[in-house]
Design a protein around this ligand. Structure first.
Ligand code: ADP
Ligand code: ADP
Length: 222
């Protein structure tokens, strides 16, 4: 397993969000996290991605306990090992799509030419090479999400966290994004944690984890 969480508990004031949730994912695996609104999916995702600390329980990435790391170590781990895709609003509007994808590498000190070559290769893989020079505001929703996926994968993360990545798209574009996202992740042996409430999107996973009242339950994907 690349990521393992055990017996996570988290309460906001008196609202229980997680009440003993377990999670694990192997390298290259695609796991869908499903469940009704308010069941604790986002809280689970934020805990296993090291964004918020659980009140109880443990999260281990590649055998390293996130709870024993400093904030600086955890954010360095997030930057180098994790990628994130959300529903929308994640691309920088003033930059071209190519510059957006290259940005995480540029922030790591990679030379512009090298970063942009890698950005272009990923944009091609996600079949949006044609929008490289355009700004995000001028591309379609489906194209924008594919650019966001390219940006999340450009650092070659071990785990990609995708929270309702197709939530703002129609079903045809959503399925295209999921096909390309899972193909690109599998090619890199990147594990994908996919939070979704759509069964059509979850169908791209190897396995489903159902969250209900802050607890997790496994089901076998059909
Ligand atoms: P989901 O993603 O399945 O909709 P969440 O993890 O967002 O579920 O929420 C689980 C529960 O925790 C809900 O009752 C929600 O209202 C509550 N909650 C989530 N985040 C916060 C927060 N920052 N402050 C207070 N309550 C929160
Ligand atoms: P999602 O659509 O992912 O389930 P939510 O609507 O549950 O998201 O939450 C959106 C944001 O608001 C999250 O950052 C969550 O932590 C926060 N939040 C959710 N419920 C509450 C709450 N009851 N009080 C304060 N913040 C909340």
């Amino acid at each position: 397993m690349i990521l393992t969480a055990r017996a996570l508990k988290k309460t906001y004031g008196i609202t229980p969000a997680l009440a003993g949730a377990d999670f694990e994912i192997a390298p290259g695996e695609v796991v869908a996290v499903m469940g009704p609104s308010g069941s604790g999916k986002s809280t689970l995702l934020h805990c296993i991605a090291g964004i918020i600390a659980p009140d109880e329980g443990t999260v281990e990435f590649d055998g390293r306990d996130l709870g024993s790391m400093s904030d600086v170590e955890r954010s360095a781990l997030r930057r180098s090992e994790f990628g994130f895709v959300f529903q929308f609003g994640q691309l920088v509007p003033e930059l071209s799509c190519r510059e957006n994808v290259a940005l995480p590498l540029r922030l790591d000190g990679v030379a512009r030419r090298v970063a942009e070559q890698r950005a272009d290769a990923l944009l091609e893989a996600l079949e949006v090479g044609g929008v490289a020079k355009q700004r995000p505001g001028t591309v379609s929703g489906g194209e924008g999400q594919r650019v966001a996926v390219a940006r999340a994968l450009v650092t070659d993360p071990r785990v990609l966290f995708a929270d309702e990545p197709t939530g703002a798209l129609d079903s045809l574009n959503g399925e295209r994004v999921m096909e390309l996202l899972t193909a690109a992740a599998r090619e890199r042996n990147t594990a994908v944690v996919l939070v979704t409430h759509e069964t059509r999107v979850a169908a791209y996973s190897d396995r489903e984890v159902i969250v209900r009242d802050g607890r997790t339950r496994e089901t076998v994907s059909s």
